[in-house]
Design a protein around this ligand. Structure first.
Ligand SMILES: *[C@@H]1O[C@H](CO)[C@@H](O)[C@H](O)[C@H]1NC(C)=O
Ligand SMILES: *[C@@H]1O[C@H](CO)[C@@H](O)[C@H](O)[C@H]1NC(C)=O
Ligand SMILES: *[C@@H]1O[C@H](CO)[C@@H](O)[C@H](O)[C@H]1NC(C)=O
Ligand SMILES: *[C@@H]1O[C@H](CO)[C@@H](O)[C@H](O)[C@H]1NC(C)=O
Ligand SMILES: *[C@@H]1O[C@H](CO)[C@@H](O)[C@H](O)[C@H]1NC(C)=O
Ligand SMILES: *[C@@H]1O[C@H](CO)[C@@H](O)[C@H](O)[C@H]1NC(C)=O
Ligand SMILES: *[C@@H]1O[C@H](CO)[C@@H](O)[C@H](O)[C@H]1NC(C)=O
Ligand SMILES: *[C@@H]1O[C@H](CO)[C@@H](O)[C@H](O)[C@H]1NC(C)=O
Ligand SMILES: *[C@@H]1O[C@H](CO)[C@@H](O)[C@H](O)[C@H]1NC(C)=O
Ligand SMILES: *[C@@H]1O[C@H](CO)[C@@H](O)[C@H](O)[C@H]1NC(C)=O
Ligand SMILES: *[C@@H]1O[C@H](CO)[C@@H](O)[C@H](O)[C@H]1NC(C)=O
Ligand SMILES: *[C@@H]1O[C@H](CO)[C@@H](O)[C@H](O)[C@H]1NC(C)=O
Length: 839
């Protein structure tokens, strides 16, 4: 007994195990009535090979086709046949030879295995009769090819013209498409996933009189909503010479607007592709539009839109297709409020009103739209207004704070004779400021040919450079200006500036883009006194030159342009700092080295006070930057870059503070010193005055221009630089003289005499190679060293007499100070001095 019980237990256990391994399969019985004209096919999903099969009685098969009137009972050999098998249920409905079974369409047969399945209703009808597919709520939504429905339930509607299938569209449930009317039959399919519990087809078929076109698609838009629709076959071509209509049922209290997002046209041989609208109340029905036109907006209530194709060129038919959107909104409270935008006096300006975030951000379909209207029915989400015209615009937008204005104005100068002395105000026109829309950007594009440069001034407000890591010098106003200088090849981000600083003037080469960016509403108030002006000026020497005149005791920080990416190679920038007469400035650098190594050329910092015989401080990239120092006069800071070795960037920041002068004899002297006094002191103390018109070669040139080549370095030195800005470097130019190194005519080394001509070519093509002899540190201005020359006091800077040292004995030497004394060129100085003193 015990053994028997044990055996029974073992058997039971084995059975349980086998039951788990091979669970009993549900068996399916499908029976098709003849009258239903339905065929059921169960087959493996294409491309899937599977161990799972169907067992019909004892026969194992992987495909089953059940015809009308047949019945079958089968099981699957696995428990998850939905992973491998799909099912097609095709019903043929013939309305040509017999009466049509109109009405609701059922999902027949019932109790099918749970597999992904496609029901297809192939309705044959006379081309003279119309067929209507009517969908039950919540209706359908058309989807683009490739899109899937969230519940994986989709409808596909196809029609036949002359034996060619036309795909009317693919739809998901839950939309606004309520009816589709077709001509001459339809092939309608419904795709259901295996786990769908849908038991009804969701539509009915009815017969209608002929619709005389390919199809009519009806949409019912009840509340605020949006619908996207496509022409049949989209993105392929709409059938040639066909007509179709979309009907939109909209409550008369609502407003509808049509937007064409994507369309293309075919090549028409005869007739024109167009859309026609039937708009209730319109005096000119149908209203005909090209696809390229702005489509009607703000339509009150229901309307029709028809798409008409053309006879296409057989050789090159092209494609007519259209994807469009209809948006329905409540009428806006201020739809009848028009805003006058008078741009008639503006020139070369465009004003674009758009949604915040445009063009990058695509608004969600669910977001309420904001429309801008040029007239009551011409509205769009983006409106561009051009100068020279007066507009009356209105807004269909609940929340105007979502809209922004971006404007652009071009100012160009072709011939300096016409634009020099002209001062252009860079201010946002009142016509824009008075709109209830926030300004996003106002862009000034300042274009000038190569030899004309641009000067930007802010006489009363003055500009502050935005310095990110200095909290008190961050631009925290409601607007800022970003200035970019661009050649076709490169861009120099001059910086971000805002009003209320100490920069009075910026001179720049190249074409300049100034972008005013407004942040928040305070802008309107702050722009009451906009104060940015620009003018075209003759060629300047540096890439960029700032005039800084601080009017407070605050610390002013200044940074080299292109802060993020470093100063471009060979670029030279200068700052002219105005020191109020009763104050002393203190200048310091935020780091102690330039932090670069040069691959080609050398990088320099030159600091020089604008006073007679002032000492110049020069630092090369391999030297320590100057310690903080007091400056008693207006002074220049010049930074010129070399080509740094890979990945190194020249970014320099310096600061200037001001303090009241103490009563100090030396300073008083400096303050009271007029030009004449200074000159006298200069002559007496240290320097040699040279008249330019004398043939004596002497004047060398400061490393003001990156193109400046070292005299004597090249045997031919033709390329000079222009210096029309006589105030720029008026002192430095002449004070930094290496003429002392050049042999006088009486010396053993005869200098070559060359003449600097106004610069007439592109700048920046040559690396900077400052004259090595000018490279001296902290040159002392004393009777002992005698290295300095007083300014020439000659305002004609167009030509420079220039001497070349023929001997190559002069080396680039940072310790020139000491060596100079032993230098063979020293006698030159002596003779030069004498020469100067002759005067
Ligand atoms: C299947 O068809 C046979 C005759 O073809 C019929 O006898 C049988 O009753 C049918 N079974 C079912 C379940 O309809
Ligand atoms: C069934 O449909 C779902 C959803 O569309 C799909 O992910 C799955 O691959 C389909 N299965 C088969 C066997 O086709
Ligand atoms: C059944 O389908 C066939 C093939 O399409 C067709 O010839 C026949 O008329 C249809 N019968 C009915 C009742 O619709
Ligand atoms: C239908 O769509 C609306 C919004 O698009 C959504 O709120 C609703 O849940 C959807 N209904 C169904 C049954 O999917
Ligand atoms: C629809 O079909 C029925 C019979 O099938 C016919 O009596 C009726 O006239 C048809 N209606 C139209 C609009 O063609
Ligand atoms: C418009 O058509 C282009 C090209 O077919 C496609 O890349 C783009 O996504 C379409 N845009 C929309 C909104 O469908
Ligand atoms: C749409 O156009 C048809 C004629 O094509 C017209 O009978 C119908 O009234 C129009 N519907 C609307 C809403 O304008
Ligand atoms: C705008 O004007 C039209 C025509 O005068 C009028 O029918 C409509 O009610 C007005 N809308 C509003 C919001 O006042
Ligand atoms: C107008 O601006 C464009 C660039 O925005 C410029 O190319 C053009 O020269 C400007 N015209 C005038 C007259 O300033
Ligand atoms: C801007 O910053 C300055 C300096 O930090 C400060 O004094 C001023 O109050 C700030 N202004 C605003 C509007 O935040
Ligand atoms: C400025 O723009 C004008 C017109 O686009 C162009 O001819 C000129 O070369 C540009 N100047 C520079 C320095 O890039
Ligand atoms: C602008 O100025 C007016 C009056 O001067 C003031 O009432 C308003 O609050 C200010 N607006 C902003 C955003 O500062």
């Amino acid at each position: 007994m015990a053994a028997g019980q044990a055996l029974a237990a073992l058997l039971a256990a084995l059975l349980a195990v086998s039951a788990q391994l091979l669970p009993p399969q549900a068996s399916f019985a499908i029976s098709l009535r003849k009258v239903d004209n339905t065929t059921v096919t169960i087959k493996l999903k294409p491309g899937v090979s599977s161990i799972c099969k169907m067992r019909i009685r004892s026969v194992i098969r992987s495909e089953l086709i059940l015809k009308p009137g047949e019945n079958v009972t089968f099981t699957f050999t696995c428990s998850t046949p939905e992973k491998y098998f799909i099912m097609e249920i095709q019903k043929n409905i013939d309305c040509v030879s017999g009466p049509c079974p109109f009405g609701d369409v059922y999902l027949y047969p019932v109790q099918l295995p749970r597999l992904n399945r496609t029901y297809t209703w192939d309705v044959k009808a006379s081309t003279k009769a119309g067929l209507e597919l009517k969908f039950s709520a919540p209706w359908l939504r058309q989807i683009e090819p490739g899109e899937t429905c969230s519940d994986f339930i989709s409808y596909n509607i196809n029609s036949c013209i002359d034996n060619t299938m036309v795909n009317i569209g693919t739809f998901c449930r839950n939309g606004s498409v309520s009816r589709v009317k077709l001509l001459g039959g339809v092939v309608m399919s419904l795709h259901l996933p295996w786990d769908s519990s849908l038991t009804t087809s969701g539509f009915s078929i009815a017969n209608r009189t002929s619709i005389k076109r390919l199809c009519i698609i009806e949409s019912i838009l009840k509340g605020e909503s949006s619908i996207t629709l496509m022409s049949p076959n989209y993105p392929l071509g709409f059938p040639e010479d066909e007509l179709m209509t979309w009907q939109f049922v909209v409550p008369s209290s609502m407003r509808a607007s049509v937007f064409f997002h994507n369309y293309s046209l075919s090549n028409c041989e005869r007739k024109e592709e167009r859309v026609e609208y039937y708009i209730p109340g319109s005096p000119s029905n149908p209203e005909v539009f090209k696809l390229s036109d702005s489509q009607p907006a703000n339509i009150a209530g229901s309307f029709n839109m028809s798409l008409q194709g053309c006879d296409q060129d057989a050789q090159n038919p092209g494609i007519l297709r259209l994807l469009f959107q209809v948006i329905v909104q409540h009428p806006q409270l201020d739809e009848n409020v028009t805003h006058l935008v008078d741009l008639s006096k503006e020139r070369n300006m465009t004003v674009t009103i758009h949604l915040d975030g445009w063009p990058g951000r695509i608004p969600l379909m669910s977001e309420p739209v904001c429309l801008i209207c040029k007239d009551p029915r011409t509205c769009d989400r983006i409106l561009t207004l051009a100068s020279g015209t007066v507009y009356r615009i209105s807004f269909l937008c609940k929340d105007l704070s979502r809209l922004r204005i971006t404007a652009e104005k071009g100012i160009s100068c072709v011939d300096l004779r016409w634009c020099q002395r002209k001062i252009y105000s860079l201010s946002v026109p009142k016509a824009i400021l008075q709109l209830p829309i926030q300004l996003h950007e106002f862009i000034w594009k300042l274009l000038a040919p190569d030899l004309i440069n641009i000067e930007v001034t802010s006489p009363s407000l003055k500009l502050q450079q935005h310095v990110r890591d200095v909290p008190e010098q961050r631009c925290n106003r409601s607007y800022s200006y970003s200035i970019v200088s661009a050649t076709p090849e490169t861009e120099l981000n001059v910086g971000v500036f805002c009003p209320g600083g100490s920069i009075e003037k910026i001179q720049m080469r190249n074409n300049i883009t100034i972008t005013l960016r407004a942040f928040g509403k305070g802008f309107i108030n702050e722009t009451n006194h906009q104060d940015l002006k620009m003018s075209f000026v003759p060629h300047i020497k540096d890439e960029c030159s700032f005039t800084v005149s601080p009017n407070s005791k605050a610390k002013v920080y200044l940074q080299t342009p292109n802060w993020r990416y470093g100063l471009p190679p060979y670029v030279s920038i200068s700052w002219y700092i105005i020191v109020p007469s009763k104050q002393i400035a203190r200048l310091g650098f935020s780091k102690d080295r330039m932090g670069i190594a040069c691959e080609t050329g050398r990088a320099y910092i030159n600091i020089k006070e604008e006073t007679l015989g002032a000492e110049e401080t020069v630092r090369r990239e391999d030297e320590v930057l100057p310690d903080p120092r007091n400056m008693y006069h207006n002074f220049w800071v010049n930074i010129s870059n070399c080509k740094p070795v890979d990945k190194m960037q020249l970014t320099l920041e310096f600061w200037v503070t001001f303090a009241d002068k103490q009563i100090d004899l030396g300073i008083i002297l400096a303050v009271v010193a007029g030009a004449g006094v200074l000159l006298a002191i200069g002559l007496a103390v240290c320097c040699v005055k040279k008249k330019k018109k004398t043939q004596n070669p002497m004047v060398g040139v400061y490393n003001a221009n990156v193109n400046t080549q070292m005299p004597g370095k090249k045997s031919l030195f033709r390329k000079g630089r222009q210096n029309n800005e006589s105030h720029v470097y008026a002192v430095i130019d002449d004070a930094v003289v290496y003429g002392h190194l050049l042999k006088e005519s009486n010396g053993s080394v005869a200098p070559e005499v060359d003449v600097y001509r106004p610069f007439d070519g592109r700048m920046g093509s040559l690396p900077p190679s400052p004259p090595p002899f000018s490279f001296r540190k902290d040159i002392k201005c004393s009777s002992n060293t005698e290295e300095e020359s007083p300014p020439l006091m000659d305002t004609d800077h167009d030509t420079y007499t220039f001497a070349h040292q023929k001997l190559g004995q002069l080396e680039d030497n940072g310790d020139a100070n000491e060596k100079d004394k032993e230098d063979t060129s020293m006698p030159l100085l002596e003779s030069k001095k004498q020469d100067g003193l002759v005067e």
